[in-house]
Write a protein that binds this ligand. Structure first.
Ligand code: E4P
Length: 229
């Protein structure tokens, strides 16, 4: 399963990319607004840091205007994935961009029917929003399970299921169990995945016992090296 990070904050992206666990980045107009920065600059810098797909969303709502914006965004770097909303114009734009081999992430998916349309439009990624479905009293993960099941029955559908609007580690684990291809994680959620109190407690006990021995792995290695010379 690939991990994307869901942010336009360069400091966060640099820090998390350093872990070696980040396969891509997703942004949206709200995240760009939150960064307080010029969109084209931010996307270019993110593409320099992360070689995997970096989603940059069009803000136009009509096909011709979406295509014009997509031209600009796709020219930033080869790893830009153009993000389009799940509307008739968005999917028309998706198909046109895919015919030119440009990656496309179809966003704002809230139903299996919409996901099937995106796959028909040859989207590279479909982004179902689990958290926003949970917010209205539905189980967002049901949608992920349904889409993964549908796509698994149709070899012609090459679209990857990119779980978006993730609110916590449970969403990530359940998405992995459902067989989703990608999860896009807010930085805080990615950090939460590392955490378990028994890990902290166990490590503290190991280090205490180790310290009491007075031993050092590197010193012992040096001693062996010196003895062999
Ligand atoms: C990612 O592509 C989406 O834009 C994002 O995950 C939405 O998350 P939110 O529902 O927390 O805003």
């Amino acid at each position: 399963m690939k991990f994307f990070v869901d942010t336009a904050d360069l400091a966060e992206i640099r820090d998390l990319a350093d872990s070696g666990l980040v396969d891509g980045v997703t942004t949206n107009p709200s995240l760009i607004a939150k960064s307080g920065r010029n969109m084209l600059d931010v996307i270019a810098e993110i593409c320099d840091v992360v070689p995997g797909p970096v989603s940059a969303e069009v803000t136009a709502t009509e096909h011709a205007d979406m295509m014009a914006e997509a031209e600009v965004l796709a020219a930033i770097a080869p790893n830009v994935a153009i993000k389009v909303p799940l509307t008739p114009d968005g999917l028309k734009t998706c198909k046109a961009l895919r015919d030119r081999d440009i990656m496309v992430n179809v966003t704002l998916c809230f139903s299996s029917a919409q996901a099937v349309l995106a796959a028909k439009a040859d989207a590279s990624f479909i982004s179902p929003f689990v958290g926003r479905l949970d917010d209205i009293g539905l189980r967002g993960l049901d949608l992920i399970e349904d889409i993964v099941e549908i796509f698994s029955q149709h070899d012609a559908f090459e679209t990857e299921v990119l779980v978006a609007s993730i609110r916590g580690p449970a969403h990530v684990v359940e998405s992995a169990m459902a067989g989703a291809h990608v999860a896009t994680l807010p930085p805080g959620v990615l950090r939460q995945l590392y955490q378990h109190p028994l890990t902290d407690k166990g490590l503290a006990a190991f280090l205490k016992d180790w310290k009491a021995t007075g031993q050092s792995i590197l010193e012992q290695a040096n001693e062996r090296k010196n003895a062999a010379e």
